[in-house]
Design a protein around this ligand. Structure first.
Ligand SMILES: [Fe+2]
Length: 177
């Protein structure tokens, strides 16, 4: 399996926009924190987070290929379970069902990064001092960061994490320098 540096270079080679590169890194951080929480392999879960949108620059206008092209790009480079999780993160289009803890963590974990990022932008102190309670309020406001899928964030419950706990974990992971 490729290491983190090669994975990062693979993502960069697709020339993602800066916000998507940051999204990849944020997703990696949240996935590593989730893996640590569950006693799973943080390197594997981290790679799933870092790589999950690798095909986004090629598929942003054809979402039905999102996750499908990624699987082709990553074949033979990472383990099958990482490729499966990446396909399952776009189950709505790929039809690949999330099954494992890592699959479910990736869907919820990559979605929550959008919420935290949007909330930080409207706070004078950014992520510093951010609380799960204020994120929960923002989730109820449908006009706030409307593209962030609330239902996918709430899928954290499928891996046994209460929403509060999950939001707190995500804030902590994304705040790491
Ligand atoms: Fe993503």
């Amino acid at each position: 399996m490729i290491d983190r540096k090669i994975a990062y270079d693979l993502v960069s080679a697709q020339h993602p926009e800066q916000n998507m590169l940051q999204h990849a890194i944020d997703s990696e951080r949240v996935m590593r924190a989730l893996a640590a929480h569950f006693g799973e392999d943080a390197d594997v879960w981290g790679l799933a987070g870092l790589l999950h949108d690798i095909d986004y620059p090629m598929t942003k206008n054809s979402p039905e290929k999102h996750g499908v092209l990624a699987a082709e790009l990553l074949a033979g480079k990472v383990t099958d379970d990482i490729i499966y999780a990446i396909q399952a993160h776009n189950t709505e289009c790929t039809g690949v069902e999330p099954k494992s803890m890592m699959d479910l963590a990736l869907r919820a974990g990559e979605s929550v990064t959008g919420l935290v990022t949007a909330a930080a932008l409207v706070r004078p102190t950014g992520m510093e001092g951010m609380q799960a309670s204020s994120l929960k309020k923002k989730m109820k406001d449908k006009s706030f960061a409307a593209s962030v899928d609330r239902e996918r964030i709430k899928e954290c419950e499928r891996i046994g994490l209460a929403l509060d706990q999950f939001l707190t974990l995500a804030i902590g992971a994304m705040s790491e320098k």
